[in-house]
Structure formats: structure tokens, C-alpha cells
Design a protein around this ligand. Sequence first.
Ligand SMILES: Nc1ncnc2c1ncn2[C@@H]1O[C@H](COP(=O)(O)OP(=O)(O)OP(=O)(O)O)[C@@H](O)[C@H]1O
Length: 233
Amino acid sequence: MTDSKTVISLKDVRVTYRSGIPFTRAISTHTPLNGISFDLKEGDSLGVIGRNGAGKSTLLRLLNGIIKPDGGEIINYGYHTTLLSLTVGYDQNLTGRQNAVISGMMMGLEKKHIVSKLDEIKEFSELGSFFDQPIKNYSSGMKQRLGFGVAIHLKSDVLLIDEILAVGDTKFKKKSEAVMIEKIQSGDTVVLVSHSPSTVKRLCNKAVWIENGKVAKYGESIEVVDAYEKLQS
Ligand SMILES: Nc1ncnc2c1ncn2[C@@H]1O[C@H](COP(=O)(O)OP(=O)(O)OP(=O)(O)O)[C@@H](O)[C@H]1O
């Protein structure tokens, strides 16, 4: 059997956040990731686990190229990544349809491709006539359904998902998980941040556990999740 191709390589990656301390000129720094190395392989579904604040979302932003490391190196071997995050903002005054088009364009996709997918996005997100209303009229669940619908229907080599499967009502959660499984089984590369060990075991073949800025364990998801859970109990 031949080895699968490497999609993105992380070599000794460090991220430092710098923020001003209010009412002073002082700057505080925080380094959530410090010496992260692993390879993301084509066709893998990689779960990212770790405690609150371990740096899981930061890792997704790195893989997406939104932020750059201040130490080490990230090599993307020419793959297009899409980040699906609940925190990515939409323009409140634009409709779901308009926001879907803008999100797609921000992902670097052609407008023609995005427009051809709008009906599927509308149907999947179950927004009905709300799809053509400003999203300031949406509930938070409706915004999340739109975000998931956009990310899942537009083409991308690597889908990066930040906790999205944990939201929405039971019916939508089941539907989202079914689409995810379909994507994974068709060989798409997926990186999934999750606080749910059972979700990672169910959906991911590999997992990486981040602890104290480093990779505590990387490998088969069942082994990594079991080791992580043992430490929590
Ligand atoms: N833009 C930022 N500026 C300053 N600090 C930040 C910024 N973003 C994240 N941090 C800090 O970096 C650390 C890692 O944050 P991150 O969101 O990556 O963790 P996480 O593992 O995804 O957490 P959670 O499980 O709680 O969602 C946290 O201590 C957080 O406070």
C-alpha cells in the first residue's frame, strides 16, 4: 500500500498572541502553541482534542492560513481549506443568500460555482423564505445552519470544522453528522475540533491531542481519545 499524500505539514510551530492591557501601555503575551509538529494526510479525518484554551481553534486558524506562526513552519502542498466556525461573522444586514455568496468568495471560490449551489444550501439549511431575509432576523441556530450548509456544499480540499456538530437541534445534528460521514467516506480530508470523545471516535480515523502547547499524542483516534480520557478521569 502506498502512503497517502501530505496535505499540510506543521514543523515545530509556535503561536504567540499579543494584546494590550487596558489603560496601560503594557502588552501581554500568551503562547498557546509552542512546538507543534505533525502531518495532515490526504483522506484523513483528524479529530483535535484538548482542554479548554489548549489551542484547538488556534490550530484550525493556522491550518486555514488566517494566522501565521511566529515560530516554526507550516507547509500547505497546494490544498484549498475551508474553515467552518461558529465565530466567523456574517454581515447582519445582508440576506442568507448574499452572505452565502460572500462567504464562498472569501473562501476563494468562483461566483458561478457558488451560485450553482445556492438551492442546495437553502434546502439543507431549512431556512425557507428566511434565506432571502437579512440575517439579523435569524436565530443563532438558523445562522449556524446557514454556516454549515455553505461549508458543506461548496467545494474545498480540506474542511476544518470547529465544534459545529455540537449545535442545533437533534434532527439537524443527525443530518449534519450524516453529511459529514458521507464526506469522510468519499475520501475528503476533514479536521474536526470537538469536546466530544465519542464524536471523535465515531467520525475520525486519526486524532491529535494538544496539551501545554505541544502534541501530547497523535495517531489512531481510538488510542488517542482513550489516553486523553484516562487522564481526565
Ligand atoms: N485573538 C486572541 N488574542 C489573544 N489571546 C487569544 C486569542 N485567541 C485565543 N487566545 C487565547 O489562546 C488560548 C487558546 O485559545 P483557543 O481558542 O485556540 O483554545 P481552544 O482549545 O479552542 O479552547 P476551547 O476548547 O475553550 O474552545 C486561550 O488561552 C485563549 O484565551
